[in-house]
Design a protein around this ligand. Structure first.
Ligand SMILES: Cc1cc2nc3c(=O)[nH]c(=O)nc-3n(C[C@H](O)[C@H](O)[C@H](O)COP(=O)(O)OP(=O)(O)OC[C@H]3O[C@@H](n4cnc5c(N)ncnc54)[C@H](O)[C@@H]3O)c2cc1C
Length: 418
C-alpha cells in the first residue's frame, strides 16, 4: 500500500476547475504528489476576459493568470503544460499520454472542460483551415482574433449568445463593422426572458451592431485561404473579413466514457463530485451533477460552478466529504452593462421588472409559486446579492414587493439565523 507522502493525485485539465482543485487538494491536507496536466501550454487562466476586457484590449495578458507559478510551487503542485491525456486505464490506475508516456495515479480528477460546438455546414472543414475563421475558447484563439481585429474590418459573428454578444461589444467599440447572425427569433433566447433579449438587441443596435435574428447559417464561402462570405439559408450572402463562431459547447467527456465511467450530458458525479469510480472525481464544465437546491441534475458552464465544485472534489479526494449545493450564477459584461444572473428561469410563470431598462440599471425576476426562480440584474450589484438569497432560500415574495424600487430588496430577506 502506498503511504500518504508518496501517493499520487493527478488532475487532467488545467482550467478554472483543475487549477483550483490542485491548490484546494493541498489545502485539504493531501500529503502526496499533485500533478496538474493541461493540454494548453498556459498556467490556469481566467477565461471570461477572453471575450470581454482582454478582447477589448483593456487588460494585459499578464493579468489573465489565475495564480502565479509561485503559488503552485508553494503548494507543491507540479504543473505540466502541453500535455494531452489520451486514455485512462482504470484497471491499472495509469494514464496514457499523447507523447507515449504513462503515469500512475492513486486518485484522479477529470477537469477537462469543453470545446466549442463546431458549425455544421458543408464548407466547415475548409473554413477551419482559414486564418480568418475562429471559435473562441482559449487564450490562443483570442490572440489570433485580436491580431485580426482592425477598425473598418467586417466581422460576422455566428451565434447571439453571451460569447457572441460580448465579442460584438468589444469589436464594435474598436471600429469594426459587426454583424451578429442568430438562428433563433431573439438573442440570448435560451437563457433570458424576451424583455432582456429586446433590451440587449437594442443596446447593440444603438452601438452600431447589425443584429439579425431568425437567420440560419447555411454555408461559408471559402476563397483561397479565406472565408469570404457567410451564406444564409434565406439565400442572403454576407461578405466578411473575419468570422467568429459562438454556438455553444461540447463537454469533453470522451476520456471518461472510454474508461467506462458513467456519462450522460457530462460525466455523472454525485454531490461529492465523485464519478462512478470512487478513485476518480470530476469537476467543472465536463460534469453533470445533482443540485439539491433545485432538485435535479445540471451541467453548467460557469466559473463559480467550476471553482466551487473543484473544492468539493478536492475535499473528497483528501477523504473529507463535503457536499456541493449552490445556486448557479453567471455574469456577462457588454459595453458598460454588468449583467449578473442567478438561478435558472426555466418554467417561470411571471416576469417582474424592478427599475427601468431605459436607465440601464434594472433587474428582472422570474417568479413561480410566489418564489424567485431566477433573476437577471443589470448594473445592480445590491439586487444581485439579495436575489442570490431569494433564490437559494426559496423566500416567499410578491411581484409588488419585487417591483417596488423605492424599498431595498434586503428588506425582504429574513435575518440570518443567530
Ligand atoms: C470566451 C468565454 C467567456 C466566458 N465568460 C464567462 C463569464 O463571464 N462568466 C462565467 O461564469 N463563465 C464564463 N465562461 C465559462 C467559463 O470560462 C467556464 O465555465 C470555465 O472555464 C470552466 O472551467 P473548466 O476548468 O471546467 O474547463 P476549462 O476552463 O475548459 O478547462 C479545461 C482544460 O482541460 C484541458 N483538457 C481537456 N482535455 C484534456 C486532455 N485530454 N488532457 C489534458 N488536458 C485536457 C483543456 O485544454 C482546458 O485547458 C466563459 C467561457 C469562454 C470561453
Amino acid at each position: 500500500m502506498t503511504d500518504a507522502a508518496s501517493s499520487i493525485a493527478i488532475i487532467i485539465g488545467a482550467g478554472h476547475a483543475g487549477g483550483e482543485l490542485a491548490i484546494a487538494l493541498r489545502n485539504e491536507g493531501w500529503e502526496g504528489h499533485i500533478l496538474l496536466l493541461g493540454e494548453e501550454a498556459h498556467l490556469p487562466y481566467h477565461r471570461p476576459p477572453l471575450s470581454k476586457a482582454y478582447l477589448a484590449g483593456s487588460v494585459e495578458k499578464s493579468s489573465l493568470s489565475i495564480r502565479p507559478q509561485m503559488a503552485y510551487d508553494k503548494a507543491n503542485v507540479e504543473f505540466f503544460g502541453g500535455v494531452r491525456v489520451l486514455r485512462i486505464d482504470r484497471a491499472n490506475k495509469r494514464l496514457e499520454l499523447a507523447d507515449g508516456k504513462q503515469l500512475a495515479y492513486d486518485k484522479l480528477a477529470i477537469a477537462t472542460g469543453g470545446r466549442p460546438r463546431p458549425l455544421s455546414v458543408p464548407n466547415a472543414a475548409a473554413a477551419e483551415r482559414c486564418a480568418n475563421f475562429h471559435y473562441l475558447r482559449t487564450l490562443d484563439d483570442v490572440e489570433l482574433i485580436r491580431a485580426q481585429m482592425a477598425a473598418g474590418k467586417r466581422l460576422a459573428i455566428v451565434g447571439g449568445g453571451y460569447i457572441g454578444l460580448e465579442v460584438a461589444a468589444a469589436a464594435v467599440a474598436q471600429g469594426l463593422q459587426v454583424t451578429v447572425l442568430e438562428a433563433l427569433p431573439r438573442v440570448l433566447q435560451r437563457v433570458t426572458a424576451a424583455e432582456l433579449s429586446a433590451y440587449y438587441e437594442r443596446k447593440h443596435r444603438e452601438a452600431g451592431v447589425d443584429i439579425r435574428t431568425n437567420v440560419q447559417v447555411a454555408d461559408l464561402e471559402v476563397t483561397g485561404e479565406t472565408v469570404s462570405a457567410v451564406i444564409c439559408a434565406d439565400g442572403s450572402r454576407l461578405e466578411t473579413d473575419l468570422v467568429v463562431v459562438g454556438i455553444g459547447l461540447i463537454a469533453n467527456t470522451e476520456l471518461a466514457a472510454e474508461a467506462g465511467l458513467e456519462v450522460d450530458n457530462g460525466i455523472l458525479v454525485n454531490e461529492y463530485a465523485q464519478t462512478s469510480d470512487p478513485d476518480i472525481h470530476a469537476a467543472g464544465d465536463c460534469t453533470n451533477h445533482p443540485n439539491p437546491l433545485l432538485g435535479r441534475r445540471l451541467r453548467l458552464e460557469s466559473v463559480p460552478n467550476a471553482l466551487e465544485q473543484s473544492r468539493v472534489a478536492a475535499a473528497g479526494m483528501a477523504g473529507k466529504l463535503k457536499a456541493y449545493a449552490s445556486v448557479p450564477w453567471f455574469w456577462s459584461d457588454q459595453y458598460e452593462l454588468k449583467l449578473k444572473m442567478v438561478g435558472l428561469s426555466e418554467g417561470f410563470e411571471r416576469l417582474v421588472l424592478r427599475g427601468e431598462p431605459q436607465t440601464d440599471s434594472f433587474s428582472a425576476f422570474y417568479l413561480k409559486d410566489g418564489k424567485v426562480l431566477a433573476a437577471d440584474t443589470v448594473n445592480r450589484p445590491q439586487d444581485f446579492i439579495a436575489a442570490k438569497r431569494l433564490v437559494a432560500e426559496g423566500i416567499a415574495v410578491t411581484a409588488e414587493q419585487l417591483a417596488d424600487d423605492s424599498r431595498p430588496l434586503k428588506e425582504l430577506l429574513p435575518a440570518p439565523a443567530a
